[in-house]
Every structure is written in structure tokens, then in C-alpha cells.
Ligand binder design. Structure first.
Ligand code: CP3
Length: 346
């Protein structure tokens, strides 16, 4: 009998041996092996090759001993299936050639053609085969976070053009979120079809939106997305940064797991959201850059507060920074497993 994944058991609230751990952006530039590949290939070339995608996805599992893998891709990748042109610039992020600002542009976006990004699903299948018992998390960007790149044209601090569209052209904004939601649903369903055992929706920048605007303009789309994935019967993770004011609404979307950033106190989030939802987080990513002592003291505090909670998964509050020493992450994984055992089971 194969050992059941502690990550998947925690997602279901079932008994497991210790606190599961994985890291957002566990594949990336903090790894020597990744930097070596990047001298030969661009980030998008890696993400468009099923075999390279598999190799990059599997490596942190081997190097760190984490309990789940996340597909190596980017939230921008499936936009190719909507005929949208973008690039990923180093140390900048996603850049869109023709930012979307008008009703005409939104109306011209064709229906999503997932066959144009078949390499993602082929890579998913290869990766699942290579991972064996370690589950693979497939993912997509959430409509607001994707729209923020499409409307601004590049990373933004204020999301001014996106918010202007949300308030001044609500029908256009809703139309844009609608086509993006359709894409997200299809893209995630195809990853699940290719073997992904859990799905995560990254709404990284949603924390910039106020509670009332979220309820009015974004929540209906998120409810539609999670509702359309429910029959897959696999864990659905919803993550955002700076979302304290949105957590109750996020938990009402139908997501199984809520990922929270380092600003929140997890026992308080548990108290607010109740016992049913699975919580994921939330070490300040800067702690792993600051070094082993800072990382371990922060993690010990979190894990000792949450160990014994059957619905808890350790992660950072956001992605692994590129300045991280991999040795710190390795130590972190083994200590979280050790501390997690103390409170579990029986
Ligand atoms: O290991 C993993 O987590 C899987 C891979 C992954 C990447 N992007 C690879 C990547 C995942 C899950 C993403 C999602 C993603 N992409 C998000 C949501 C998660 C988050 O961090 O909030 C967002 C907002 C993006 C958009 C994006 N793509 C940004 C902001 C950047 C960083 C720009 C930079 O150079 O600092 C990218 C590029 C990117 N995506 C890199 C990686 C490993 C670095 C690219 C490189 O190799 O140069």
C-alpha cells in the first residue's frame, strides 16, 4: 500500500503524521540548478517545454523534501490561449504589449483555446509520472490579478488603470473578468485532467481592493470559478497577499484551502473562519532571507500554535525570494516536520 500524502490528507482534514510543508515559488532563481538552466533558456522557454517544466518542478522536491510540488509555469502562460501577447522581463515581471483599456479590446478577445497551451497539460502529465507519491498542485491566476497585468500593461503599485476601469467602465471590467474566469476554469480543469491532485488560484494583488468592491465586482467571479471546479473532488486553494479584510469573503467562495500572508495571526484567522476551512501559511518570506535563526524562530512559533490542527499546511506568506539560501529552506522543512509531529495525531 502506498503512503497517503500528508498534504492531501491535511486538505481533507484527515489524520496525518505531521504538518505538511511546501513553498510558493519553490522552483526559481534561489536554486543553483535553476540559474544554470536560465543561462540557456528564458523563463517562458522553460514553461513551454513539457520536459524542462517537469525537470524544474521536480527538483525542489528532491532538494528540499517538501510534501507537494507546484507546476512550473506562470499565471500569464494561458493568456496565449486568448490570443494575448506578453513577455516576462527579468526583475520586472509580466509586460503586456497592448494594455487592455477599451470595450472594443475586451470584445475582441476570442474564447479560450486550451489547445494553444497543450504543453502545460503535457508537462503536467509528465510531472505527475515523475513525482510518484508526491502530489502536484496545478494553478492559475485569478481574474483580478490577471486583469491587473492586462490593464496596467506591467506590474503596478496602485492598480490605478484597473480600478478606474472597475469604477468608470464596470460593464467592460465585468466582461474582462468574465472571459478570464472562463479561461481559468478550463485551464484548471485540463490540469486536473492531466493528473494534478490539487489546484491553486493565485489572487496575489487582490488585497489592494476594498471589501465592498471585492464583494460587488470580484466575489461573484470567484464563486463561479470554485463552483465550476467542485465536481473534480480535489482540494482547491485560494491565495492572496494583504487579504485580512477579505478572508471571510474568500472563504465563502467554495475554496477548500485559504492561503494567507505573514501579516495575519493564524489562530485568529482560524477563530474567524471556523474549523472547517483548511489554512495555509504564513512565515514572512523575508525571514528565510534573514537566515536560519530568523526563519526557524518564526516557523517554530507558527507551527506550535497550529500543530494539532488537522487542517493546517505550512508555507511562506508569499513566494520564496530569489536571495534565499536553499540550506535555510532545507533546515526549515525538516524542523517543521519535527515540530509538527508534537501536536499531531493520537
Ligand atoms: O515554484 C513555483 O511557485 C511555480 C512557478 C510559478 C512562477 N510564477 C514561476 C516564475 C508560479 C506559481 C508563478 C505564479 C505567478 N506569476 C504569480 C502568482 C504568485 C505570486 O508570486 O504572487 C504572479 C503574480 C506571477 C507574475 C510574475 N511572473 C512575477 C511577479 C514574476 C517575477 C518577476 C521577477 O523577475 O522578479 C514572474 C516571473 C517568474 N515566474 C519567475 C518564476 C520562477 C522568475 C523568472 C525568471 O526565471 O527570471
Amino acid at each position: 500500500m502506498t503512503q497517503e500524502s500528508r498534504f492531501l490528507l491535511a486538505c481533507q482534514g484527515k489524520a496525518h503524521d505531521t504538518v505538511p510543508v511546501w513553498f510558493m515559488r519553490q522552483a526559481g532563481r534561489y536554486q543553483e540548478s535553476y540559474r544554470a538552466l536560465r543561462t540557456r533558456y528564458s523563463m517562458l522557454e522553460l514553461a513551454r517545454s513539457p520536459r524542462l517544466m517537469r525537470d524544474v518542478t521536480v527538483r525542489p522536491v528532491e532538494e528540499l523534501g517538501v510534501d507537494a510540488a507546484i507546476l512550473f509555469s506562470d499565471i500569464m502562460v494561458p493568456l496565449t490561449g486568448l490570443g494575448l501577447d506578453f513577455d516576462i522581463q527579468e526583475n520586472v515581471g509580466p509586460v503586456v504589449r497592448d494594455p487592455i483599456r477599451t470595450a472594443g479590446q475586451v470584445a475582441q478577445i476570442p474564447p479560450f483555446r486550451s489547445d494553444l497551451v497543450d504543453y502545460v497539460y503535457e508537462g503536467t502529465q509528465l510531472t505527475v509520472e515523475a513525482l510518484g507519491p508526491i502530489p502536484l498542485i496545478g494553478f492559475a491566476g485569478a481574474p483580478f490579478t490577471l486583469a491587473s497585468y492586462l490593464v496596467e500593461g506591467r506590474p503596478s503599485r496602485t492598480y490605478r488603470a484597473t480600478k478606474e476601469m472597475m469604477w468608470n467602465n464596470p460593464a467592460v471590467f465585468q466582461g474582462l473578468l468574465e472571459v478570464l474566469s472562463d479561461m481559468v476554469i478550463e485551464h484548471l480543469r485540463r490540469q486536473a485532467g492531466a493528473g494534478a491532485q490539487a489546484l491553486q488560484v493565485f489572487d496575489s494583488w487582490i488585497g489592494a481592493v476594498g471589501q465592498a468592491d471585492y464583494q460587488r465586482a470580484v466575489l461573484p467571479h470567484m464563486m463561479r470559478i470554485f463552483g465550476a471546479l467542485k465536481d473534480l473532488g480535489i482540494p482547491l486553494i485560494y491565495f492572496g497577499v494583504g487579504t485580512q479584510h477579505l478572508l471571510s469573503a474568500m472563504a465563502a467562495t467554495g475554496a477548500t484551502v485559504i492561503g494567507v500572508d505573514w501579516r495575519t495571526h493564524l489562530p485568529e484567522v482560524r477563530h474567524t473562519l471556523g474549523a472547517e476551512v483548511v489554512l495555509m501559511g504564513n512565515l514572512d518570506p523575508e525571514r528565510v532571507v534573514a537566515g536560519t535563526a530568523a526563519a526557524l524562530s518564526g516557523a517554530e512559533e507558527i507551527v506550535k500554535q497550529m500543530a494539532g490542527d488537522p487542517r493546517y499546511i505550512f508555507n511562506l506568506g508569499h513566494g520564496v525570494p530569489k536571495e534565499t539560501n536553499p540550506e535555510v529552506l532545507r533546515e526549515l522543512v525538516s524542523r517543521v516536520h519535527e515540530w509538527g509531529r508534537l501536536g499531531e495525531g493520537s
